[in-house]
Write a protein that binds this ligand. Structure first.
Ligand code: ADP
Ligand code: MG
Length: 233
């Protein structure tokens, strides 16, 4: 599903350059649930943003669902991004003046899906994340965990091949974090390929594989016995 080879990324700050990714290699198969671990500043978001086609690497190869992601113009990149990838962020990134249902259905609008069908699809996904009764509520009327479930529903509604989550539990307390991880595990059990960036060991252990970054390289990449989040909620 994902293959990256010898990926490098530097940021220039004034006259100097910060080498953040120094030759990253890994493969992700369909159906995996991978944690990308590392301390703050280790390059996790940089890597996820490149995988999410929100940023480009300086060097290296990236193949996503058999498509080489290189030298794409912005139109093509946007097309693949919409077709292949769903995003979940620490800060939810919901639109404050739109209801839960409108938030989930908005990306479908950009895909040209008609209003009635958009609403039906959005409602199905809200139901899937356990928030059908909350469809008319604004984000300000939802708890942090509920907001993240709306964001997950929004990410899934366009049926991405891969779900990318950058610290999805970073703004949540432990119990709520485990509820969100329970949902992520369920979505993965249904076959979705998911990458979760986290710096929390307990969250990483709820994935099936841990890739550890340090000083710009992968220092560990291992499959683990997944801890079920449902045993905590
Ligand atoms: P993580 O997500 O693991 O905390 P990041 O990928 O966000 O790490 O950042 C890795 C390093 O790159 C950090 O030192 C950060 O300050 C730096 N960095 C991230 N984004 C930029 C940017 N746009 N410009 C300059 N430096 C950046
Ligand atoms: Mg980060």
């Amino acid at each position: 599903m994902i293959s990256i080879k010898d990926l490098h990324k530097s940021y220039s700050i004034g006259n100097s350059s910060l080498h953040v990714l120094k030759g990253i290699n890994f493969e992700v198969e369909e159906g995996e649930l991978v944690a990308i671990m590392g301390s703050s500043g280790s390059g996790k978001s940089t890597l996820l943003n490149i995988l999410g086609m929100l940023d480009i690497a300086d060097e290296g190869d990236y193949i996503l669902d058999q498509v080489p992601i290189k030298n794409l113009n912005e139109t093509k990149a946007a097309k693949y991004r919409n077709q292949f990838l769903g995003f979940v962020f620490q800060s939810f990134n919901l639109i404050n003046y739109k209801s839960a249902l409108e938030n989930v259905s908005l990306p479908l609008y950009y895909q040209g899906i008609k209003r009635k069908e958009r609403q039906e699809i959005a409602m199905d996904y809200l139901e899937k994340v356990g928030l059908k009764e909350w469809s008319t509520h604004l984000p300000s009327e939802l708890s942090g965990g509920q907001k993240q479930r709306v964001a997950i529903a929004r990410a899934l509604a366009s049926k991405p091949k891969v779900l990318l989550a950058d610290e999805p539990t970073g703004a949540l307390d432990s119990t709520t974090s485990y509820e969100v991880m329970d949902l992520i595990q369920k979505i993965n059990q249904e076959g979705k390929t998911i990458l979760v960036v986290t710096h929390e060991e307990d969250i990483a252990r709820m994935c099936k594989r841990i890739v550890r970054l340090k000083d710009g390289v992968i220092i560990e990449d291992k499959n683990i016995n997944q801890v079920l989040a449902s045993s905590y909620v």
